[in-house]
Design a protein around this ligand. Sequence first.
Ligand SMILES: Cc1cc2nc3c(=O)[nH]c(=O)nc-3n(C[C@H](O)[C@H](O)[C@H](O)COP(=O)(O)OP(=O)(O)OC[C@H]3O[C@@H](n4cnc5c(N)ncnc54)[C@H](O)[C@@H]3O)c2cc1C
Length: 407
Amino acid sequence: MEKVHVNALIIGGGATGLWLLDQLRREGRSALLVEAKSLGTGQTISAQGILHSGLKYSLQGLLTASAREAREMPAIWRKSLEGNASPNLSQTEIRSQSFYLWGTNSASSKLGMWGARLGLQVTPQAVSPHNAPALLKGCSGSIFSVAEQVISCESLLKDLAATNQTQIVQVAEEGGTEIRLGSDGRVRSVVLNAPDGQQVEVIADWNVLSAGRGNAELRTAAGLDPRKQQTRPLHMVMVRGGLPEFYGHCVDGATTRVSITSARRENQEIVWQVGGKVAEEGVEMDSADLIARTRAELLETMPGISLEDARWATYRVDRAEGVTMTGGRPDSFRIEKEGNVLTAWPTKLVLVPQLIQGLASTIGTSAARSCDGLEKLASWPRPSVAKAPWDCEQSWTSLNLSESAAA
Ligand SMILES: Cc1cc2nc3c(=O)[nH]c(=O)nc-3n(C[C@H](O)[C@H](O)[C@H](O)COP(=O)(O)OP(=O)(O)OC[C@H]3O[C@@H](n4cnc5c(N)ncnc54)[C@H](O)[C@@H]3O)c2cc1C
């Protein structure tokens, strides 16, 4: 069988794998990324793209470990998005430069104090009722604007993939990577199977698992414990039809009741992604019940909203993370280093740059080598970027929940 030798074989092409590939190549390391579906399938394409400053994790007025981890991140992303740092993300679409944060009770006025008091780089600015967006006019609590950017995850994936096309290959969805172990239990090589039956054996100094939810299965194949991964499911809501572009979290104490971001469908129509508590509790609900609950929640928290023309749909997706004792969200990213395998979970998109620093510093301990045998992959197919959930959805439901409308 043909052989390829590299410093790092990266399995999984979401934000983690693609960013790592770019970083390693800039550092002079040879790397190859393999993808079994479309780039970003699973979490990255489904994400809301909020570059959190840590504020969301400090709503009780405490600097939590999660907030501490996130607080340096928006500035790092901002430089890349401006094209002033690597990776150059100047082609990534910034959907919004800021976010509304509003409460539904009198205690919400305290929100404005937390950012500065806790040493976060992003401080909420009070918005007077006069300047409030129409959707929030008449809201009983306080309204703030927070300079947290929101990006299009689809364009991030395209931007990251564009510069490294030659090092990204498509493998078969089933059995695309066959992990072969040596007698010492370490990964000796990984046989790649293309969808058309071509095969190549990759021998890498480091084998990086950046496959999101797929990491558990890959770990089993590599003789490693899959229980080092936990998944936390979400049931997200999408709503379109006469809605304005809007970005905001409605909070109640430390709970985010709804978290709304906007995107454009292929036909340019605005669609809202609704996450937060509704999406966590919605895991136990069917789609119709979740839509009814979300509709009620939007009407209650946004006095100026009109949902008369709304069309609704939902999607389910798992967040894949390093396991925690409680099953709750880890405070930071997670890297498991076992033999010549690195398993990576960013926990949040915003933490990807920190995660990559950790991975690259480990891989950087190997002597740089060129990608020996890359030409053997020249005829292999290249994966495309995944389609966003709102562009895949065929069946949208109207206000009358039994009535279906064509997309
Ligand atoms: C609904 C939702 C909203 C979110 N919103 C935010 C947010 O606003 N801000 C934030 O900071 N974070 C957010 N997150 C978290 C963030 O999306 C993730 O932390 C991040 O995208 C994970 O990226 P990843 O590349 O590690 O994994 P993924 O994006 O899941 O990518 C894994 C890739 O590996 C591929 N793969 C799987 N198995 C194999 C295999 N065997 N062989 C080859 N390839 C394989 C998959 O097809 C996929 O392309 C959100 C998550 C969800 C689910």
